[in-house]
Ligand binder design. Structure first.
Ligand code: FES
Length: 259
């Protein structure tokens, strides 16, 4: 990870989160969806409260520009971040970890996101379109007022929406959107709560005899503090019972190693 500075250019809401736009003249490519940035949330280098940097995912990746996804309004560091005026200079490290990998040739791509999983898959969706893939986005959110309006979604994307309260789209969660998509995807990318990983595996196994490595990639939305494998905060248990550090071996991991 490299240290660099970002300057706040603006913010606006997107579904269940907030987009924080930064100008980052010294940001060097490559950076891919699912990688993270560690952002210091204090007003000066002399102030160390809150001490840990916040691990944030990019929601847009452009030359010399980065848009970060903020989805936890109760976090003290992020609460500070969203109140900073335009021009505020931020201290960042990144990108860290492993991101999503798209196939080298044109493919049918299914992207699944539940609630705060939306932001981290957004740049994947855009890149998949740029590279000529056919994309379906299935998004589940808990309330209708957190739904992403279809105008925000590129027209080339087949957009499916479900809300828990039934006030927008279909009533239910992201798994209530998958009817008719059996055998359709060549690749699946997901940002779902851990409790849904086994549901995803079960759904795929209902129509595919074998899940080969790389077919389904999952973003682990867990706590990341140091981002370099030193503090062990991000450890999760894999399907085979072994422990792994998601900041080093993820946060994007193969579904078959997780569930
Ligand atoms: S965040 Fe410290 S080991 Fe992963």
């Amino acid at each position: 990870m490299k240290a660099f500075q970002g300057f706040i250019e603006g913010r606006h809401p997107l579904g269940p989160g907030l987009l924080l736009h930064l100008r980052c003249p010294s940001l060097e490519p490559p950076c891919s969806a699912g990688q993270f940035f560690l952002v210091r949330c204090t007003p000066s280098p002399d102030i160390w409260d809150p001490y840990p940097r916040r691990a944030l995912f990019p929601a847009l990746i452009e030359p010399e520009r980065l848009t970060l996804w903020l989805a936890d309004a109760n976090d003290r560091g992020l609460a500070w971040l969203v109140t900073q005026p335009e021009g505020t200079r931020l201290d960042l490290l990144g990108p860290g970890g492993r991101g999503f990998e798209l196939p080298p040739s044109r493919a049918r791509v299914l992207i699944l996101a539940q609630d705060e999983g939306l932001g981290p898959v957004w740049p994947l969706l855009r890149r998949a379109l740029t590279e000529g893939h056919q994309v379906t986005l299935a998004l589940g959110v808990r309330r209708g007022d957190l739904a992403v309006s279809p105008e925000w979604v590129p027209v080339a994307v087949e957009y499916r929406l479900a809300t828990k309260d039934g006030r927008a789209g279909r009533e239910g969660d992201v798994f209530d959107l998958l009817s008719g998509l059996e055998e359709w995807p060549d690749r699946i990318y997901a940002a779902l709560p851990r409790a849904q990983w086994s549901r995803l595996r079960a759904w795929i196994e209902s129509w595919r005899p074998m899940i080969e490595p790389g077919f389904a990639q999952v973003l682990v939305l867990g706590d990341i503090l140091c981002g370099i494998g030193a503090c062990l905060t991000c450890i999760i248990e894999r399907r085979d019972g072994r422990l792994t550090r998601t900041c080093v071996h993820g946060p994007v991991m193969d579904l078959t190693t997780l569930a």
